[in-house]
Design a protein around this ligand. Structure first.
Ligand code: G4P
Length: 306
């Protein structure tokens, strides 16, 4: 799937959500358990207004369970958000979503209409798979193709819950550079302006620091490589990614490495933790403040010069 984040897509998805909100009781946002922060939509909180929201950490089979627990605590304590971690191999857990909705809106229990929930998530997060499991049948894909305008789908889950799947793509947090990389590493965004080798280097640096045993196991290495380049060269050698003259084909190796990561071949791995994100956001806020101050002084200088 190819995704490009045009302002037009974002505007359309935002408009669809706003239009549907008056008719719904709560929002279910599906996140990628490996990157719960980066896979969140940055505008949803503002768009949803006072409607309650449940966060679903999906694909938890691919994430590090210790880190998922940290995210659970963070979402619960710091954000006061109800969440559930699920994966496609455990349908019984996915079915708990209906119970969680009822817990959140007890006053709607036994109401004739049932709870009306809007379900949202960035492309590839597993929204269709999850809806099919919840519904117990295959629901036609709403389609991620932005050029096709499709009607909102109404999916009856049980007598207590009706889902509304809004067409239009929800965009992730790409304003934070590292979030962009993590979305690319996990495969949420496959068509990016970033080179494969650039994404692979980002992943290799992170994995060597946090999950060296997973790397060693997957690529049967006697000791963890010294650095990212050494790791990619080792993988390249083992997988026969050589150019004429014996030089390692880094692009080909990077594709193999990224494919392994996206398929979960390196084991249960999370690509961000609440502590990492808090640190990154503090730095980002500082940079934005500095940029704003510089822009203000530039404008003032320009005013005096005129
Ligand atoms: P979307 O509607 O949000 O775009 O996502 P979709 O359900 O189409 O799922 C995107 C990919 O993620 C699919 O893989 C799907 O199998 C996989 N997926 C969904 N839920 C889970 C999960 O809980 N765990 C894991 N490991 N994978 C999940 P694909 O390779 O694109 O397609 P396919 O191989 O299933 O045909």
């Amino acid at each position: 799937m190819q995704i490009q984040w045009y302002p037009g897509h974002m505007h359309k998805a935002g408009k669809e959500i706003k239009k549907s909100l008056p008719r719904i009781d709560l929002v279910i946002e599906i996140l990628d358990a490996r990157i719960p922060f980066s896979s969140e939509n940055p505008m949803l909180r503002k768009l949803q207004g006072s409607k309650p929201c449940i966060k679903i950490l999906n694909k938890s089979d691919l994430a590090d369970p210790k880190v998922t627990l940290q995210w659970q605590n963070w979402l619960d304590k710091e954000q006061g958000v109800k969440m559930l971690s699920v994966d496609k191999n455990h349908p019984e857990k996915i079915k708990q979503i209906s119970t969680l909705c009822q817990k959140l809106l007890p006053e709607r229990k036994n109401s004739a209409k049932g709870i009306r929930a809007m379900i949202v998530g960035i492309p590839n997060v597993g929204k269709s798979t999850l809806i099919n499991t919840l519904a117990g049948r295959t629901i036609a894909k709403t389609g991620n193709e932005p050029a096709i305008t499709k009607a909102q789908q109404r999916i009856e889950i049980d007598k207590n819950l009706v889902l509304f799947d809004t067409p239009g793509m929800l965009w992730p947090k790409v304003e934070n550079k590292n979030s962009g990389y993590r979305l690319a590493v996990t495969g949420a965004i496959r068509d990016t302006a970033i080179e494969h080798s650039d994404i692979a280097f980002f992943a290799a640096e992170y994995l060597l620091e946090r999950y060296p045993e997973n790397i060693q196991d997957r690529y049967t290495l006697e000791s963890p490589p010294e650095n990212e380049l050494e790791l990619l060269e080792e993988i390249g050698k083992k997988r026969g990614c050589l150019r004429a003259g014996g030089e390692i084909d880094l692009d080909k190796t990077s594709k193999i490495f990224l494919n392994d990561i996206r398929q979960g071949e390196l084991g249960e791995i999370s690509y961000e933790t609440p502590t990492m994100i808090n640190n990154e956001m503090t730095k980002l806020t500082l940079i934005l403040k500095q940029k704003a101050a510089m822009e203000k002084s530039r404008k003032q200088k320009f005013k005096y010069q005129r």
